[in-house]
Design a protein around this ligand. Structure first.
Ligand SMILES: Cc1cc2nc3c(=O)[nH]c(=O)nc-3n(C[C@H](O)[C@H](O)[C@H](O)COP(=O)(O)O)c2cc1C
Length: 203
């Protein structure tokens, strides 16, 4: 991948390293970047929660995760597509605060391809009778049987598939912060018309 034209060397290296780290975070369950916090807004209040990073595409500046189509975060994004991401790697002492515009997919090629990548255990999570956040008398809301899903019971699978939703977020800004003994460093990258630019900012 060629370096972005508008970035001087050190900033280009940081942006390059950021995408590499995000790609690693997506691949490895133990990586610090595997479980970011994402923020939506609801009635003017920030709503934060952990998700699993499921998709990184540097070429189109996209990050993504999977969720239940009935979830409140999906409703938030339908009303207001601005999505914020927070990552922190305490070993490398790097924080990323990322902004973007999200789209949600329950049908079509994007959702079908993502669903194909979900394991039976993962699929099971989308099969609970109540949508996330709904009131219940039961502490354990039943999930479909794994036996049914592994035997590909069409009804059990169809119920899970109906509730499966892919969130894709096109990034507009990356705020990179590196805590260092010699002095912290912070850079702000912004993306306009598919081109990244970046500058140093005070940490
Ligand atoms: C380690 C971890 C990973 C999680 N991954 C996801 C995920 O990938 N997608 C998701 O919708 N919820 C995930 N959750 C649950 C969310 O944090 C949240 O509780 C749930 O989605 C309801 O959020 P909402 O009411 O804002 O929609 C995860 C929680 C934890 C602790």
């Amino acid at each position: 991948m060629p370096r972005p034209q508008s970035l001087p060397g050190p900033l280009a290296d940081i942006l390059e390293d950021t995408w590499t780290s995000l790609a690693e975070g997506c691949k490895h369950a133990r990586d610090a970047f595997h479980t970011p916090t994402v923020g939506t807004t609801r009635d003017g209040i920030a709503q934060l929660r952990t998700v699993v990073l499921r998709h990184v595409d540097r070429d189109v500046a996209e990050l993504g995760f999977h969720t239940d189509a009935r979830s409140l975060k999906r409703a938030d994004l339908t009303r207001s597509p601005e999505l914020a991401w927070h990552f922190y790697d305490r070993e490398r002492k790097i924080q990323l605060r990322i902004l973007g515009q999200a789209s949600t997919y329950t049908e079509g090629d994007v959702a079908d391809r993502a669903w194909a990548s979900v394991t039976p255990l993962g699929r099971r999570c989308y099969g609970q009778a109540l949508g996330p956040g709904q009131s219940t008398e039961q502490p354990n809301v039943p999930l479909p049987s794994l036996v049914d899903l592994e035997a590909a019971d069409p009804q059990a699978l169809a119920r899970c598939r109906e509730n499966f939703c892919v969130v894709r977020c096109t990034l507009t800004e990356i705020d990179w912060l590196h805590l260092r003994f010699e002095g912290h460093q912070r850079a702000l990258f912004t993306r306009e018309e598919a081109e990244w630019s970046g500058r140093w900012i005070a940490p």
